[in-house]
Design a protein around this ligand. Structure first.
Ligand SMILES: Cc1ncc(C[n+]2csc(CCOP(=O)(O)OP(=O)(O)O)c2C)c(N)n1
Ligand SMILES: [Mg+2]
Length: 628
């Protein structure tokens, strides 16, 4: 077999171009392109390679404004593609590399594949310390890139070119494995990146990675079927895995045939359309009235493709029935075993259809009429609450956030993808947004990383250009990471960014109040020099003009009419539009019998803190510690 002489950077580009995935007989390229910011670490390595080979390999290069953002973008792209395709990201050494770590953690937490190539200091060490080298005094082989280790599902450092021969295939195995996927990091010393090697030609042959759908073990299926048949009030909790596995049809028929209600997590919302008779809405700390009441009484909880984060379980208080049994359907054994569940380790779609067949074979007819009636009544009550919150009341000077959500959702319909990640919006969207397909609701609420939203909008738009995309973002979050608007403009991406301006971090204001802390540091206020605190007037920010300065269309919209007009114009605009909507700092959707464990100071001179602590101790007492 012949060889081909290429640099490490060139070999990576050639290799990535030949990696495909296949699931259910559908095949596609896995790496859609490479995002990167160049510096001395990668300009002669991956940078040179992309310039020379990118066109021939159909491996396009994209330039973000910030390395963190490119990884968010790649993760969002992968999420919208149900993990069947992603981007690779390259950075220079030191700060360029560490900028990617936050978003790498987000990808890993959310089980989304992203392939990262931070650069690293010289393997030959001759120029040490190279610009941006940390120089750990004790461990000479430690570099900034080592900080990727705890946030990656696979990490390697290439100190000799031939290490790629084993490292790259392993990287793709992890990326394309539904149970192992997350951030994969291959750190590339800047000298090695441009060194040449005689690669075996076979290394660049087309390779198709099969995305497995593990089937459940028959003995566990029959055990779970027994539990379902014995249950009177079963409840399904659907998470992101149900969407990635494209299990909507299987879940629909399972829930409909057996009369088992489906509640949803942030990642799972949309797996059934909001108006599906068995969709009882969100569960947990930010849950709705229907799902939370059903969860409280459920005698069997079947989770499907969820990591059961504290928001979904209301910090282990929402499944309050002491006799409840738990079943965990998950492709990842780690998640399937949570809540001490009977673990049905399998692909969500396969598990649901196999379980349905087992129940049919056992002659199971589903839940009784009384339970189905209760489900219908609770759902109707919840839908009416949602209507109520979404309808403008005229009670506040500026529109309230839930009202703006209603206006946007009505104007855009149930197939536009709404994107969000942090602040008070995720909770309100979870309760109030009404998706009509599984790709119409895109929340990053595993890492809840402020800054995900705008890059994610670009990622979703690149994944599905025909889709209407609306990024719902708080003012505080916008101020943290907005520069990818420039990228959206450069790439010709048309999306709509709606900035909910309530003068600061209002969800943390709410949280501070709940732990007895008065207003402190969370609003965007001038310094009151007398008190030396941030207690002056609001700092005004003109978000529309700010967006205009980056090349987008900027609009200020205060009323329902203005928002509707702005959305209508944004839909036919030739580029990205940013709509600045001032909203009431006070009014958000209320809680519905959920709880979130946030500790309260155990001692304080302040009466408010002591009162909050008392309430906290009562709430903590309801936590199901045995489910830890
Ligand atoms: C990167 C990052 N830093 C800090 C936090 C903690 N945090 C969560 S929400 C929030 C404030 C968000 O403010 P804004 O976007 O204006 O939304 P609002 O709460 O006003 O709805 C903060 C600081 C976070 N989630 N992510
Ligand atoms: Mg805000």
């Amino acid at each position: 077999m012949g060889t081909e002489r290429l640099t490490v950077g060139q070999a990576i580009v050639r290799f990535m171009a030949e990696q495909y995935v296949e699931r259910d007989g559908r095949r596609q390229r896995f790496i859609a392109g490479v995002w990167g910011i160049f510096g001395h670490g990668n300009v002669a390595g991956l940078g040179q390679a992309l310039e020379e080979l990118g066109d021939a390999c159909e491996m396009p290069y994209y330039r973000p404004q910030n390395e963190q953002a490119q990884v968010h973008l790649a993760a969002a792209y992968a999420k919208h593609k149900n993990r069947l395709q992603t981007f690779a990201c390259t950075s220079s050494i030191g700060p360029g590399a560490t900028n990617m770590i936050t978003a790498a953690a987000g990808a890993t937490v959310n089980r989304l594949p992203v392939l990262l190539f931070p650069s690293d200091y010289f393997a030959n060490r001759l120029p040490d310390p190279v610009l941006q080298q940390i120089e750990h005094p004790l461990e000479h082989d430690v570099s900034a890139s080592d900080a990727f280790r705890p946030v990656s599902r696979y990490f390697d450092r290439i100190s000799r070119p031939e290490q790629l021969l084993s490292s790259l295939p392993e990287a793709f195995r992890v990326l394309t494995d539904p149970a192992e996927t997350g951030a994969v990091t291959i750190s590339l010393p800047e000298d090695v990146q441009s060194e040449a090697y005689d690669w075996p030609e076979a290394f660049f042959e087309k390779r198709v990675w099969h995305i497995r759908r593990p089937v459940p073990e028959p003995s566990v299926v029959s055990r779970v079927a027994d539990l379902v048949r014995a249950a009177r009030h079963p409840l399904i909790v659907a998470g992101g895995g149900a969407i990635y596995s494209e299990a909507s049809d299987a879940l629909d028929s399972f829930a409909t045939r057996f009369g088992i209600p489906v509640s949803e997590t942030q990642a799972g919302k949309g797996v059934l359309p909001w108006d599906h008779p068995m969709n009882v809405g969100p569960v947990g700390a930010n849950g709705g009235l229907a799902a939370n009441r059903l969860a409280r009484d459920a005698d069997l909880v079947i989770s499907v493709g969820t990591r059961l984060g504290d928001f979904a379980t209301a910090s282990k208080t929402i499944f309050a029935n002491p006799d409840a049994s738990f079943v965990g359907i998950n492709v990842t054994s780690f998640d399937a075993n949570k809540l001490r569940a009977v673990p049905l380790v399998a692909d969500a779609r396969e598990a649901l259809s196999t379980l349905a067949a087992a129940l049919d074979a056992a002659g199971y007819a589903g839940t009784d009429a009384a339970y189905r009636e209760r489900i219908g009544a609770l759902k109707a009550e919840w839908d009416a609450r949602v209507d109520y919150h979404r309808t403008p009341s005229g009670e506040t000077a500026d529109l309230a956030q839930p009202e703006v959500i209603g206006i946007l959702n009505d104007a855009l319909g149930g197939h536009a993808t709404v994107i969000c990640a942090a602040g008070s919006l995720p909770g309100d969207l979870l309760k109030l947004w009404r998706p009509e397909d599984p790709k119409a609701y895109h929340l990053e609420y595993g890492y809840s990383c402020m800054g995900y939203e705008i890059p994610a909008g670009i990622g979703v738009k690149l994944a599905e250009p025909e889709r209407e995309v609306v990024v719902a973002i708080g003012d505080g979050t916008y101020l943290m990471l907005n520069s990818e608007i420039v990228t959206a403009v450069a790439e010709g991406v048309r999306m709509t960014v709606v900035v909910f301006d309530n003068h600061g971090y209002q969800c943390i204001v709410d949280l501070a109040r709940s732990v007895g802390v008065p207003q402190f540091g969370n609003e965007l206020r001038f310094r009151d020099t007398g008190r030396n605190r941030l207690e002056g007037g609001y700092v005004p920010v003109d978000f529309a003009r700010h967006a205009e300065s980056m090349g987008a269309i900027g609009v200020l919209a205060r009323t329902e009419r203005e928002i509707r007009d702005a959305i209508a114009a944004a839909r036919i605009a030739d580029r990205t539009t940013v709509i600045h909507v001032p909203v009431s700092p006070e009014k958000r959707a209320p809680g519905y019998e959920g709880w979130w464990d946030v500790p309260v100071a155990a001692t304080s001179e302040r009466q408010g803190v002591r009162a909050a602590r008392q309430g906290y101790e009562q709430a903590v007492a309801k936590q199901r510690k045995e489910l830890a």
